[in-house]
Design a protein around this ligand. Structure first.
Ligand SMILES: Nc1ncnc2c1ncn2[C@@H]1O[C@H](COP(=O)(O)OP(=O)(O)OP(=O)(O)O)[C@@H](O)[C@H]1O
Length: 234
């Protein structure tokens, strides 16, 4: 990569990390350095290894080979500083008020004021998840995770199910608001919306990093993120 972080502003790193699921390899010898304050788009087709990579950083999986370090330690020990949004659904009974109680009990860095602002910004209705639309449930999950004052945000397809107009507004606000104070890694297939948003894009194909480029490098290629996606992943 081109940004050349020093050891002091490096937030996380993967060194030749592979992850096997039985006979199937989800990730193959991936090396990455994540500096503080970067917004990174993780792009790849279905099955490329995006969720595997995010779970390794979140300490929810251990590598079969190689080493993952977050804030200078093992990811599992750093979970108090890492906010992870999985692509799984919430509990059907969960309302925004329940979400607040749940997150407050689990994470000392949960900020109630920020949570209320996020609920309003994301227009989350005050009722249980089972009576929300899919997009509204996605917004609630996003508010719960983004209300943490974590150092590293790992968001797996956070905008899935959210309508196109709102996706654009949410993504722009989210990236611009958070990149100063924390590192953000966000996976998406929606390459069009990665245009001009991220500081850096990491393209994964069949468990391998096939391109890791800063926004300037992508611009210098003279192609859109979408064209680059098709070029390197098709
Ligand atoms: N628990 C598992 N057991 C076996 N194989 C798995 C398991 N989890 C993931 N894989 C395989 O590892 C590879 C990477 O999966 P992963 O979920 O990381 O991809 P992804 O890029 O997040 O995909 P998607 O965009 O579809 O969510 C895939 O081939 C997948 O089938």
């Amino acid at each position: 990569m081109s940004n050349g972080p020093t050891a002091s502003d490096l937030l996380a790193r993967l060194e030749a990390v592979s992850k096997r699921y039985g006979g199937k390899e989800g990730l193959h010898e991936v090396s990455l350095e994540l500096p503080q304050g970067q917004a990174i788009g993780l792009l790849g087709l279905n099955g490329a290894g995006k969720t595997t990579l995010l779970k390794l950083l979140a300490g929810l999986l251990v590598p079969s080979q190689g080493r993952v370090e977050v804030l200078g330690g093992r990811p599992r020990a750093m979970r108090a500083h890492v906010a992870y949004l999985s692509d799984a659904e919430t509990y059907p009974w969960l309302s925004p008020a329940d979400g607040e109680r749940l997150m407050q009990g689990l994470y000392p860095d949960f900020n109630r004021v920020r949570y209320k602002e996020l609920l309003a910004f994301l227009e989350v209705p005050a009722r249980p998840s089972r009576s929300m639309s899919r997009g509204q449930r996605a917004r609630l999950r996003l508010a719960m995770v983004l209300a943490r004052e974590a150092r590293l945000f790992l968001l797996d397809e956070p905008l899935a199910g959210i309508d196109l107009i709102s996706r654009d507004r949410i993504l722009k606000t989210l990236v611009h608001q958070w990149r100063e104070e924390a590192t953000l890694v966000l996976s998406t297939h929606e390459v069009a919306e990665a245009e001009g948003i991220f500081d850096r894009a990491v393209f994964l194909k069949e468990g391998r990093v096939v391109l890791d480029a800063s926004a300037e490098e992508l611009r210098a290629r003279g192609r859109s993120v979408r064209e680059t996606f098709v070029e390197v992943l098709a």
